[in-house]
Design a protein around this ligand. Structure first.
Ligand SMILES: [Cu+2]
Length: 66
């Protein structure tokens, strides 16, 4: 599963926001976001452009750090 590290998530609401943002992207079949580590992993077919993933997360107010 490809993954990014998201900075700025502080509670379960943040985690759900990031999850929903990723789930809304075309072709996404699964999303898992870990609040403590900030790791957001996803599966998509066809694979997502990492720039699109970054943009979707930044659009809702979080920072992608890796
Ligand atoms: Cu929160």
């Amino acid at each position: 599963m490809p993954a990014v590290t998201v900075k700025g998530m502080t509670c379960n609401h943040c985690r759900m926001s990031v999850t929903k943002a990723l789930e809304s992207l075309p072709g996404v079949t699964g999303v898992n976001v870990d609040l403590l580590s900030g790791k957001a992993s996803y599966d998509a077919n066809p694979p997502l452009d990492p720039a699109v993933v970054k943009k979707a997360i930044e659009k809702i107010g979080f920072e992608v750090v890796g």
